[in-house]
Write a protein that binds this ligand. Structure first.
Ligand code: AHR
Length: 307
């Protein structure tokens, strides 16, 4: 990257270490905690200096952190954007300062793709589709109406937008399956619970809950149990992530299906940081490899689940 030094990383570090500024969304979910750990562990293993900043779910804080990384002249900036829009100005500032940016986990909607070097993370539309396809299969050949409640992630966040889209596309193949309520639970267990409490009171017939992450699903399970219903039986539950708590609920039959979203992005991020600092060309989009889990598959995978 321009005049910032050689491959060994003589940019912001002074001691030759590559300096990576990372702005994290917050600590809203088990997924996020595992993601933070993966990035911190991988930075240590790679021998980088990691400047880690927690935005506590606020875009203003992320913009502030990125500006501070620019002022500190870090070698590479990476961040997981809270929401998709509103990044052009600060990304332009990083570009003008000749600091390469890597999008991690979540996308931005900037039209100018030269504002960042690459985007590492999952295909959230595909995750939504996997969830919807599973549901369509469950009701194959049946004619009764299927009422679905959707707990969305943070409004304006890429995973919320894309998981809604993919799921809607998949269930459109069966006109009996309808989303009767769709509300944000902000990706947290607490909001998943309170939002579901309200929905249970206002919605007489719920057959299925589709939650955009495990944490909201787990919160909703508490609300469903408190309402005297059996999660997984009276209401089928589909979630996304496959963190340990979600997988445990799946193995117990309280969740019926989980689409995996891997938080273990640290090692790939460190590798990319090294490459973009050296000025190497990297792919614009790097997709995370992931799978899906039924109850039996969750039981088999749980003993080795790291997060
Ligand atoms: O961006 C990834 C999503 O953010 C995860 O699915 C969710 O748990 C997290 O909060």
């Amino acid at each position: 990257c321009g005049d910032k030094g050689d491959d060994t990383g003589s940019g912001g570090g002074g001691d030759g270490k590559l300096v990576l500024g990372f702005s994290q969304v917050g600590a809203e979910s088990g997924w996020r905690t595992a993601n933070t750990k993966s990035i911190q562990d991988a930075a240590t293993a790679a021998g980088y200096e990691l400047k880690f900043s927690d935005a506590q779910g606020k875009q203003e804080k992320q913009i502030e952190a990125i500006r501070s990384f620019i002022t500190q002249k870090v070698d590479v900036i990476a961040f997981s954007p809270v929401v998709t829009s509103g990044w052009d100005a600060v990304l332009k500032e990083a570009k003008d300062a000749d600091i390469p940016v890597i999008l991690t986990d979540r996308a931005v909607d900037s039209q100018d793709k030269t504002l960042y070097k690459t985007f590492l993370g999952s295909d959230f539309v595909k995750e939504g589709k996997e969830a919807g396809n599973w549901l369509v299969k469950q009701y194959e050949g049946k004619t009764d109406p299927v009422n679905v409640v959707e707990l969305q992630g943070t409004v304006g966040a890429a995973p919320a937008i894309d998981r809604q889209k993919g799921f809607a596309e998949a269930i459109a193949t069966n006109p009996n399956i309808k989303i009767v309520k769709s509300q944000s639970g902000n990706f947290t267990r607490a909001e998943g619970k309170t939002v579901m409490e309200g929905i249970l009171q206002s919605t007489p017939k719920i057959d299925v809950l589709y939650a955009h992450n495990d944490d909201m699903g787990l919160g909703a399970i508490e609300a469903i149990e408190a309402a005297g219903k059996k999660p997984g039986t009276d209401i089928k539950i589909i979630t996304v992530d496959a963190v340990k708590d979600g997988m445990t609920a799946l193995s117990e039959g309280k969740i019926n299906f989980i689409v995996e979203c891997s938080p273990l992005l640290g090692p790939q991020l460190m590798d990319l940081a090294k490459k973009v600092k050296a000025g190497d060309t990297v792919d614009q989009r790097i997709l995370t490899v992931e799978t899906t889990f039924t109850q039996e598959q969750a039981k088999a995978a749980l003993p080795d689940r790291k997060y």
